[in-house]
Design a protein around this ligand. Structure first.
Ligand SMILES: *Cc1c(COP(=O)(O)O)cnc(C)c1O
Length: 432
């Protein structure tokens, strides 16, 4: 297969970007540092395809990291945005569309009886944690190593290996005082959670989890793990927060909570809920959410919250998903086809984890069930795989520890072409 693309304009833009943006980008993973090359700069995208400034086209499996479940520039979403924008971009006053989307969210996820709209996943999570602390009158929270919940200070924590109870900030600029109430457990390890609840009795406000971990690569919850988290939080008077910023409207209309049949106290949403516009949401039972200002004493506000363009894109996206729930079977089947092709090509040199349309290929021989096993992956091998795919028109995440995101716009031909490229890479490898 031919694979010589020209990236000259992207390279020039990257040099220019580095002079005025930190690292040349506005979000770190976009810079391709983990795969050791210059990022491609995007000009436009349509359906399953993304086009760079040098005129190369790719089948896109990043989908803006999750939101684009209908594919890029879906005509009805684009039209809703265009129409909404003609009526003004923001008012800072209530609109009917905010009620409509809150009602749609509640219909899909009944545990989100009352929700608050915000502008990003980060904002949704930090606000949900504040509400949980306000509701319980406790300060400590439990999170899992390798789960990402946005970049709020007290959630940017990576525990050193073995140091399960000691929380070291993950970033310069985060005071140790901000993370001292963040306790770290191991994903899929019930005993690690049990120990934290035993040693911090009566002090834990909430446990937050990605119900399918998707920020250390995709790691599904072990059988019984989510029900266990439900039970132990309830027994200890702590709230269970599902961070469904990725899984919400991705695993199905009802998110992971419906997929696994476990109901959290609070849920955070982002990505798909905004239909490609900046929007997030958090919500839960009325008695908890009515603590949020102005209904109650937990303060949280936003100039652009419930923005009319974002709600228009979100409502249209959710409406299309509700009208065509068969989309979920289609994208899961397409994802499985790719998963099978990768497994066939690489055998036990890789692990392929998949839940519905969330999938990761880990370059390791070890089964990946948590952060420790995820990080046994050979990131150099991943970088080569990524580079080959990119040069052959397949755009995947420039990091081993991200998910692959399919959309309803991907057609069988796109999936077949992708599988062909995977197989040709394996053939080339075996000849080297
Ligand atoms: C992306 C993500 C966030 C943060 O959302 P932003 O909109 O990037 O702030 C939070 N939690 C999870 C699980 C995510 O994947």
């Amino acid at each position: 297969m031919a694979g010589t693309m020209n990236h000259q304009k992207s390279e020039q833009l990257y040099e220019r970007a580095k002079k005025c943006l930190p690292g040349g980008v506005n979000s770190p993973v976009r810079a391709y540092l983990a795969v050791g090359r210059a990022p491609v700069f995007i000009e436009r995208a349509k359906g399953p395809y993304i086009y760079d400034v040098d005129g190369n086209s790719y089948i896109d499996y990043v989908g803006s990291w999750g939101p684009c479940i209908l594919g890029h520039a879906h005509p009805q979403v684009t039209e809703a945005v265009r129409r909404a924008s003609e009526n003004g971009l923001t008012y800072g006053a209530p609109t009917q569309k905010e009620i409509e989307i809150a009602e749609m969210i509640r219909d899909c996820m009944p545990s989100m009886e009352v929700s608050r709209l915000v502008s990003s996943g980060t904002e949704a999570v930090m606000s949900a944690v504040r509400v949980a602390r306000g509701f319980t009158g406790r300060d400590k929270i439990v999170k899992f190593r390798g789960c990402y919940h946005g970049h709020a200070d007290d959630l940017l924590v990576k525990a050193g290996s073995g140091a399960l109870t000691q929380s070291v900030p993950d970033s310069l600029g985060v005071p140790a005082d901000c993370t001292k109430n963040t306790l770290i457990a191991e994903y899929n390890d019930e005993a690690s959670v049990q120990r934290l609840f035993e040693t911090n009795r009566g002090q834990i406000a909430a446990l937050i989890v990605e119900p399918v971990a998707a920020n250390m690569g995709v790691v599904p919850p072990a059988e019984g793990f989510l029900p266990f988290l439900r039970e132990i939080t309830r027994q200890n008077g702590a709230l269970l927060i599902f961070d469904e910023v990725i899984t919400g409207f991705r695993l199905g209309l009802g998110g992971a909570q419906q997929y696994y049949g476990v109901e959290p106290d609070l849920t955070t949403l982002g990505k798909i809920v905004g239909g490609g516009m900046p929007m997030g949401a958090y919500g839960g039972r009325r008695e908890i959410m009515h603590l949020v200002a102005p209904a109650g004493p937990v303060y949280q506000a936003g100039t652009l919250s419930g923005n009319p363009i974002a709600t228009a894109a979100g409502i249209t996206t959710l409406r299309l998903l509700r009208e065509q729930p068969q989309i979920y079977d289609k994208i899961a089947a397409h994802t499985e086809t790719i998963a099978d092709a990768v497994k066939d090509a690489f055998g036990d040199q890789v692990q392929v984890n998949r839940v519905g349309s969330l999938m990761s290929v880990f370059f390791t021989g070890e089964r990946v069930t948590n952060y420790e096993t995820a990080t046994t992956s050979d990131t150099v091998k991943y970088a080569r795989y990524f580079g080959y795919l990119l040069e052959h028109g397949i755009y995947t995440a420039p990091s081993q520890f991200e998910a692959m995101f399919l959309s309803a716009a991907h057609q069988t031909e796109d999936i077949e072409k992708t599988c062909d490229v995977v197989r040709s890479y394996q053939t080339q490898l075996s000849m080297d």
